[in-house]
Design a protein around this ligand. Structure first.
Ligand code: ATP
Ligand code: MG
Length: 568
């Protein structure tokens, strides 16, 4: 393509709404333009990258034995009532009415639609397993769209759904899909982790997320050198060195003065103990019950696990007034001793060691030391309540794990019969008996992957594309377009390369060299052929964006060398 007649609107300045490099660079390099919050146009170069990613995805899905289909975007709302997912989606589901007042949703994902297809069209065990996929725009009314195409209201997803007679068959296809996802991400040249994950509102049993590592990623991952990785939301907190508390002694607990000390740090410094020796008591309300949650002083509660344990997304902290009323003491001095019997006491597993506890006394400026569970109060239930942290032990090998940030680009789930049972989608087995399909589903964010790739590979001058997903293969930069010899040579290379199927951008704009080189760095096309002053001596320059290396080539043999470099 010729730059002078292409829509590649590069910008010198950072767009003010962009918070992270990938968003800034996608706008500045002319890949995307914003129409509304979370809604973007992909301009020619942006679309070229999408097409390349899509073809990698298609190759891998086809190789994994999946078949491509295309499902509608408009979904009659009743199908979400049938699956019971309408509440789960809540306000994220875009709804609209047609001119006969029928309500439709814009597809956020397609479990319902595909389950209906399977119900009607896949009848016998003989035709299973099958895996169907599509590449389509999805709609989600994200509460906080941000980071450009990373969290958008409409985005391109590849989604696949598999149907099985039993769990063994699902396990097998799940492993094949995991391998296919790894291949896709590796072919895009990205560093990633596969993590154990929560299945969220899609529901089901086992699930794994594919995280592209990037400092600005919204997801936090704990990973170990042994290959294990887990989403922080789901990780269990396991100290490498188990806690050794004070031996329990016969004495009663003691009340000590801790004037004005409401924080763990203040109390532990004052009492000359480690923060982890204290026990934090957090008071919550779920429904019409009050709950006390006990965790080691140096740990934080994992809110996501709490919501799951109590099956209550609206669980909340008690207000200061409610705390006074319940415990008789002010905020910052709560403890489990003497709470009303109807207040259930939950404690994290890390407290299951029979330690002597230091806790709030439910009285202003007082703590209790030497408190023993069983003797002084009773814990109703132990559970995994605290958030894991860097340095916690790997559940596979016991070594300390490290924390990184990632951007989720793919998510695979074992759904089991979650949808097929509710939607009565069944097949007939060899004895003519009907059973609900066992299902898997596999999502991949194609538009999000572009941003993740740029987030992982850029520098202060611009994008650094991996050749497999770069919008174009080579950028030809004639320094002075009014020099006939220079332009003729540039055009010769353009034709020669195009004949070999190489995609070329020829910067034929009559602009200052400085501007053209800056733009070339910003676009980040893997190879750049500069045709400048050295042409007089019969030489051109081949520059590699990722390494900054320059190779000087004789103009006569340069074409062959370039073809070698792009692997043709
Ligand atoms: P997230 O936790 O980031 O909201 P999700 O769990 O809702 O993701 P899935 O429903 O599993 O995502 O969707 C599959 C894939 O679609 C995700 O792995 C991600 O790559 C992509 N995706 C999801 N939501 C968005 C969005 N709002 N904008 C762009 N891509 C998205
Ligand atoms: Mg989401």
């Amino acid at each position: 393509m010729r730059w002078s007649r292409s829509c590649i609107p590069t910008l010198k300045e950072n767009p003010h709404e962009a918070e992270i490099p990938s968003h800034r660079l996608m706008v500045r390099a002319g890949l995307i333009r914003r129409l509304a919050s979370g809604v973007y146009t992909f301009l020619p170069l942006g679309l070229k990258t999408i097409v390349r990613i899509e073809s990698i995805v298609r190759e891998e899905m086809d190789a994994a034995g999946c078949q491509e289909v295309l499902m509608p975007i408009l979904h009659p709302i009743e199908i979400y009532e049938e699956s019971g997912r309408i509440e789960n989606f809540g306000s994220e589901l875009f709804k609209l009415t047609d001119n006969r007042e029928r309500t439709f949703a814009l597809g956020p994902t397609h479990e319902e639609v595909i389950t209906m297809i399977a119900r009607d069209e896949l009848r016998s065990y003989r035709s299973l397993p099958q895996c169907l996929y599509q590449i389509l725009i999805k709609f989600r009314d994200e509460i906080r769209p941000r980071y450009g195409v990373i969290r958008a209201k409409e985005f391109i997803m590849k989604d696949a759904y598999s149907f099985h007679t039993d769990d063994e068959s699902l396990d097998e296809v799940y492993r094949v899909m995991e391998r296919a996802y790894r291949n896709i991400i590796e072919r895009c040249g990205l560093e990633y982790r596969v993590v154990e994950a929560e299945s969220g509102y899609i529901g089901g049993n086992e699930s794994h997320e594919f995280m592209v590592l990037a400092g600005n990623g919204e997801d936090r991952i704990l990973s170990c050198d042994c290959g294990y990785a887990v989403n922080l939301e789901r990780a269990a907190a396991r100290p490498v060195e188990p806690y050794v508390g004070e031996e329990p002694c016969e004495e009663q607990y003691r009340e000590v003065e801790t004037p004005g000390m409401t924080s763990i740090d203040e109390v532990s410094t004052f009492l000359k103990v480690r923060p982890g020796d204290l026990v934090k008591t957090l008071l919550y309300r779920t429904g019409d019950r009050n709950i006390a949650v006990l965790v080691p002083g140096d740990r934080e509660v994992n809110d996501i696990k709490l919501v799951k344990i109590f099956d209550d997304p609206d669980i909340r902290f008690l207000e200061p007034g409610e705390i006074e009323e319940l415990t008789g003491g002010p905020v910052g001095f709560s403890g489990p001793v003497g709470l009303p019997v109807e207040t259930a006491i939950y404690a994290d597993m890390l407290l299951k060691d029979g330690r002597m506890m230091i806790i709030g006394a439910n009285r202003a400026d007082r703590h209790l030391t030497g408190v023993l569970e069983g003797r002084d109060f009773k814990i109703d239930q132990f559970g995994e309540l605290v958030r894991a942290r860097e340095g916690d032990a790997c559940p596979r090998c016991g070594k300390p794990m490290s924390m990184s940030n990632g951007i989720e680009v793919g998510h695979i789930f074992k759904l089991g019969t979650r949808y097929s049972s509710r939607m009565k989608a069944t097949f007939l087995d060899e004895n003519g008996e009907s059973h609900p399909f066992v299902m898997g589903c596999y999502g991949f964010g194609i538009s999000r992957l572009i941003a993740a790739a740029i987030e992982q590979h850029h520098d202060e001058n611009g994008i650094i594309w991996h050749p497999s997903i770069a919008p174009l293969d080579i950028h030809i930069l004639p320094v002075n377009v009014s020099d006939d010899e220079v332009m003729r040579t540039a055009e010769r290379f353009e034709t020669g390369l195009q004949e070999k199927g190489i995609e070329v951008l020829l910067d034929d704009r009559d602009l200052r060299p400085g501007v053209k080189f800056k733009d070339a760095d910003l676009l980040g096309i893997p190879l750049r052929l500069t045709i400048g002053k050295k042409l007089k001596e019969g030489r051109v320059e081949l520059f590699e964006r990722s390494t900054g290396e320059i190779e000087e080539l004789p103009v006569d043999t340069a074409l062959e060398r370039i073809l070698e470099r792009v692997g043709n």
